[in-house]
Ligand binder design. Structure first.
Ligand SMILES: [Zn+2]
Length: 78
């Protein structure tokens, strides 16, 4: 323990960043015109208008479209 705690910046500016539609984290990198990469869950997503499409990056680097995010499967049923 060094005892040095970096001060938490208060919401300085509302950056024009968006949240990952999958894990909701803000660690988003822009990789294309409307394409983003999430460092939180390592998914790519493509934004066109109000539509967001999720892609999983396969081991060989190819993109696999994700139609139903896993989190949608939680909390359902009895
Ligand atoms: Zn994510």
């Amino acid at each position: 323990m060094s005892g040095v705690v970096p001060a938490q910046p208060k919401r300085a500016k509302e950056l024009c960043t968006m949240r990952c539609p999958h894990c909701n984290c803000k660690d988003i990198g822009k990789i294309g015109a409307n394409q983003y990469y999430c460092w939180g869950c390592f998914m790519e997503f493509n934004v066109s208008g109000e539509e967001v499409r999720l892609y999983e990056v396969a081991e060989d680097g190819s993109l696999v479209a994700v139609d139903h995010p896993p989190e949608l499967q939680f909390g359902t049923g009895a």
